[in-house]
Design a protein around this ligand. Sequence first.
Ligand code: UT7
Length: 351
Amino acid sequence: MAGFRIIGSGRYLPGEPYTNDMLSRVLDTSDEWIYKRTGIRQRHYCPEGQGPSDLAVPAARNAIEDAGIEPSSIDFILFNTMTPDYLLPGSGAEFAAKLGIPGVPALDMRQQCAAFVYSFQIASAMLTSGAAKRILIVGSEAHAGYMPWHEWDVLDGKTDKPQSQEDRERATRHRGFCIIFGDGAGALLLEATSEGDAGLLSAELHSDGSQIEQLRIPAGFKERPFINQKVVDEERMFLFMNGKEVFKHAISKVPQAVRAACKKASVSLDDIDWFVAHQANDRINIAIRERMKLAPAKVPSNIKNYGNTSGGTIPILMDEMRRDGRMKAGQLICVFALGAGMHWGAVIIRL
Ligand code: UT7
């Protein structure tokens, strides 16, 4: 049967982590509030001047080294980010050039936190049809650019000057979204195979634009000029997130998608070795797990260390699990995610 194998993985987290206590230097919050509501203790931020194309390079190099292949043998790239280096073009082509393989086709995916489940379906279709032999899928984010404080020196403890009241008030107004996100990159290398039964068994994907207002950056090309003072005055360059609605959507829609994907693949929930969940908030994954009566040990979590790295969470978690020996060839995994758009879904993969 035609399918694919995952032959390599890698990850990269920039710099030293920023703890919840450090965030309380620039906004009114606490380690207790953040940890209790999200399960997050720390996250990383991309250095100023770098973007997702930069963070993705070391992650991809790790994956290439892990697979023991030549970068020139990669014939397609899927680049997942919701925080691109530029508003246009997407980051994939720039990433490929920085990786040293300019010319390789790179497709930019705009499904935000759900991009990886979409990428698995596209990669599978290309690998099983013969359109590609080796695909590199990358998820990379630089959310630091939309963090609502501007006085990074205060956060970094590099100044004796107190934070301005204006900066603290702005950051605190946006504390509901900013505390969950962190930066980082993960990469997976997929190779076509005609041996064994490895590959995608099923995909259950959904998009619903009627929910767009729950989660978006409400600035864009409808305005003339598209960057204007009104956007800044109304603070529309930040993420607007109706956290409670997104939470509710995730815990109702994702279990439906997981069950439908299992049905399509003719497997039961008990057959699955690992449920690889997008890491948006530990409380979401605990609620999904409890609703579906999944064994806690089968739903791994690493959000404590990285926060929500959006497009990066799934490959970062899979890389950790492959490297520490938990995730092995032959296992059956279910990957699920929900992101802005809204987009959500689940895929079943035989490793
Ligand atoms: O991958 C992207 C998809 N996004 C998600 O999946 C996000 C899903 N939603 C969530 O994770 C949660 O809704 C949040 C963690 C974002 C927020 O948790 P919540 O329990 O929904 O809190 P809330 O926004 O309803 O706020 C509750 C209270 C408010 O105070 P009052 O009005 O009750 O006095 C907020 O002002 O908590 C306050 N609050 C905070 N306090 C300290 C909100 N953010 C913070 C904060 N620190 N960072």
